[in-house]
Design a binder for this molecule. Structure first.
Ligand code: T3D
Length: 260
């Protein structure tokens, strides 16, 4: 399928999705939502083993394209756009049965930040920044912002970011645990691509089970989490990759995981 607002390709098990409306800092219009949704369906249908999300131009994503929300237009139900677009996108990213790497190449603002936080491993260029811009225009963090922020950085920092809407630098974001790593600008994409390739050769089903276990952990008691781990381990124990991993260990060779 061909796209106009994103670039999308799959090679060597890595699906790369680049938001591509640089003149609008990759803000989401309806077409981009539709194209991202279609591309994410391709990721699953074509059995990619890692997704790499990034942006083209000097920004990662500036959230909603505000030119689609002109003052004076008839009142617009923002709940409807969250139901139709942002909420399914965030849930899809968190539920994809494969690791999702986000390479934040520049400023991320509004829903753009929270879409990045919905990914599994977030890398950012040293020049990038993160802005919970919602309060600047009289809105509240959406796309999971009120859920991800306190879990990642604690309630005080979450409230400060959400209520002040100040830019947090990539270095600060790494320091406070908002993202995994801040990387020099020119090394961001080579490192993100190498990481995605490495993950695409890993035991995909085990990584998907790890992702679902960790994502569930904040809502479970220890007892429930131990039960969940038992279930996940039973599933992992039935994969070909588990047999291969053990065989490779015993034969003192490198495992060749196929994701099955
Ligand atoms: O409505 C719903 O569906 C509900 C859901 C809402 C989710 C949300 O995301 S709400 C939050 C929306 N986003 C924002 O409020 C962020 C707005 N943008 C900014 O604050 C700044 O542009 C940035 C901090 C992202 C970058 O600043 P800077 O100085 O580096 O660049 P700039 O000059 O402001 O932007 C460059 C161009 O991109 C500029 O266009 P121009 O003047 O060159 O023609 C600017 O208007 C455009 N742009 C940036 N962000 C958006 C945008 N155009 C439309 N929508 C945007 N969000």
């Amino acid at each position: 399928m061909s796209y106009e607002t994103i670039e999308f390709s799959i090679a060597e098990g890595v699906a790369t999705l680049a938001l591509n409306r640089p003149q609008r800092m990759n803000a989401f219009n309806q077409q981009m939502h539709d194209e991202v949704r279609a591309a994410l369906r391709e990721v699953e249908e074509q059995k990619a083993r890692c997704l790499l999300l990034t942006g083209r131009g000097r920004g990662f994503c500036a959230g909603q394209d505000l030119s689609e929300r002109k003052p004076g237009d008839k009142p617009f139900d923002l709940g409807e756009t969250l139901d139709r677009n942002y909420n399914p996108l965030v849930l899809t990213l968190t539920r994809l049965p494969l690791p999702v790497v986000c390479a934040v190449n520049g400023v991320a603002a509004g829903a753009g930040v929270n879409i990045a936080l919905a990914c599994d491993l977030v890398l950012a260029a040293r020049s990038a920044s993160f802005i919970q811009a919602f309060c600047r225009i009289g809105l509240v963090p959406d796309s999971g912002g009120t859920w991800f922020l306190p879990r990642l950085v604690g309630m005080q920092r979450a409230k400060a970011m959400a209520m002040l809407g100040d830019a947090v630098s990539a270095e600060e974001a790494e320091r406070i645990g908002l993202i995994w790593r801040c990387i020099d600008d020119e090394k961001l994409m080579p490192e993100a691509e190498a990481l995605a390739k490495r993950l695409a050769q890993a035991p995909t089903r085990a990584l998907a089970l790890i992702k679902s276990g960790l994502n569930a952990s904040f809502d479970n008691t220890l007892e429930k989490q131990l039960e969940l781990e038992k279930h996940l381990q039973q599933v992992a124990g039935r994969t070909r990759d588990y047999s291969e991993g053990v065989a490779a260990f015993l034969e003192k060779r490198k495992p060749e995981f196929t994701g099955e």
